[in-house]
Design a protein around this ligand. Structure first.
Ligand SMILES: [Zn+2]
Length: 84
């Protein structure tokens, strides 16, 4: 029958099936021997286990940031997503 409303926007955590909410998080990356931390990355975060997942819309920008950091000589880089 009709009248059923889809709960389309609720995403489930792949680890624990908890509900995901929009937030920001800091994500560490390993580039070869270097470490890069990108802060304030828009993410979906699990309300149960706190696992954070990058939104697909930010992956491209994060990758270009990592490409740039790879050319630097510093072993540890910490950048903000918004200004990166
Ligand atoms: Zn979870």
């Amino acid at each position: 029958m009709t009248g059923k409303r889809e709960k389309s926007k609720v995403k489930k955590c792949p680890l624990c099936c908890g509900e995901m909410y929009d937030g920001i998080t800091a994500i560490p990356f390993l580039i070869g021997e270097k470490v890069a931390v990108i802060k304030d990355v828009p993410s979906e975060i699990c309300s149960d286990c706190n696992e954070a997942y990058m939104k697909s819309s930010v992956v491209g920008k994060v990758e270009s940031v990592l490409d740039r950091l790879e050319e630097l000589h510093s072993e540890i880089s910490i950048v903000h997503y918004e200004v990166a």
